[in-house]
Design a protein around this ligand. Structure first.
Ligand code: TYM
Length: 351
């Protein structure tokens, strides 16, 4: 067996990948595959918690697989698989749930956020728990959404991963995973699971902002640049990004929308270019049209090669199937080993 540290991460099969997914996750996958024992997967079961659409699911899985490959994940270096191809995950999810509290799941930020959306609530009031229990069957929050962190913890623990490259928004889920690992190890007096950590080049977790001047880039916020956006579409999106009326005083603090564009620029442009726009804001000479043109140009340098490779790979069904069949085999081998240890620890024995 390899001595390298184990890396595992995944992305939900809910559509195409955007720059948030790329800088928060996928670009790290590509860099890490050379130095670690890596497994990267498509979280199709997690996608069911918010988007149960049987016609779209399989296509979404294939899109993301093709994006993984187009971005440079090499199936000879890393294991690429689909979550539902590893049924051991579903069994261990049931078992781990016996050690997870409903309260701790209900308190997670992403649960509250998504539960609010499922209930159609707009305000951020604290009585979300009451609303969840009190709603009728037409408006329900599904239990899969509540136990999303258990399933994510199992993805990680079943492979005994040490490092989990994810964006900032996933850190609370990782914290829970560590807690569940400690709890399981100590309850059964075993040493089965390492405590996994996020991984970032440069040290701190990434939060990629959207183009609408507010929060993070996200599929449901409609503020995304997709890796496969055509050049024209991408330029248009960037040129329409929210800014402000322009700085009025020397050295005034950056407004949120402009800070967001500069954050995007920091990811895609050179430090000199970013600094020149920061200076131009400080001395009130900034022209947002120029900034946006530069930003679109630099984003396209990243996305164009990926989009071109994507088109070829996406149409090669035979290749995609081969990659995931081989990946599932490798992922299942390790998962089955861990599941056997978990069953043993919990007292489930074969007759
Ligand atoms: P998903 O599909 O929501 O996000 C996939 C990855 O993209 C990152 N990300 C971002 N990073 C920075 N800025 C953004 N605006 C942004 N938007 C998305 C997310 O942090 C994530 O790394 N729960 C996971 C899927 C998953 C998983 C796992 C990950 C299921 N099991 C086990 C790691 C290990 C998720 O949020 O996917």
């Amino acid at each position: 067996m390899s001595e390298k540290e184990i890396v595992l991460s995944g992305i939900r099969a809910t559509g195409n990948l955007h720059l948030g997914n790329y800088y928060g996750a996928l670009s790290k996958f590509v860099k890490m595959q050379n130095d670690y024992d890596c497994l990267f997967f498509i979280a199709d079961l997690h996608a069911l918690t918010t988007s149960p659409d049987p016609d779209a699911l399989h296509e979404n899985v294939k899109n993301i697989l093709a994006e993984y490959l187009a971005a440079g994940i090499d199936p000879e270096k890393a294991t690429i698989f689909v979550q539902s191809d590893v049924p051991e995950i579903s069994e261990m999810y049931l078992l781990l749930n016996m050690h997870v509290g409903i309260g701790e799941l209900m308190r997670t930020a992403s649960f509250k956020d998504k539960a609010r959306k499922q209930l159609g609530l707009t305000d951020n009031g604290d009585d979300i728990e009451k609303q969840i229990i009190g709603t009728d069957s037409n408006k329900r929050v599904n239990a899969g959404l509540l136990t999303y962190p258990t399933l994510m913890a199992v993805d990680i623990l079943i492979q005994k991963a040490h490092k989990v490259p994810v964006g900032k928004d996933q850190e609370q889920h990782l914290e829970l995973t560590r807690r569940f690992a400690r709890r399981f190890n100590s309850f059964y007096g075993v040493d089965l699971f390492p405590e996994p950590e996020n991984f970032n080049f440069g040290g701190h977790a990434v939060k990629v902002p959207g183009l609408d001047g507010s929060g993070k880039m996200g599929k449901s916020e409609g503020n995304c640049i997709y890796l496969v956006d055509e050049e024209k579409v991408l330029r248009k999106k960037v040129m329409r990004a929210v800014t402000d009326e322009g700085p009025k005083e020397l050295n005034q603090p950056l407004s949120q929308p402009v800070e967001n564009l500069l954050t995007l620029m920091e990811l895609t442009s050179t430090p000199e270019i970013v600094q020149s726009y920061r200076d131009a804001y400080a001395d009130c000479s900034i022209r947002y049209g120029d900034l946006k043109k530069q930003l679109a140009e630099d984003i396209l340098k990243v996305t164009t090669p990926i989009r071109e490779r994507y088109q070829d790979i996406r149409s090669d069904d035979a290749y995609i199937s081969r990659v995931v069949r081989q990946g599932a085999e490798r992922a299942r081998e390790r998962a089955a080993r861990t599941l056997a240890e978990v069953r043993q620890a919990m007292g489930i024995r074969k007759f």
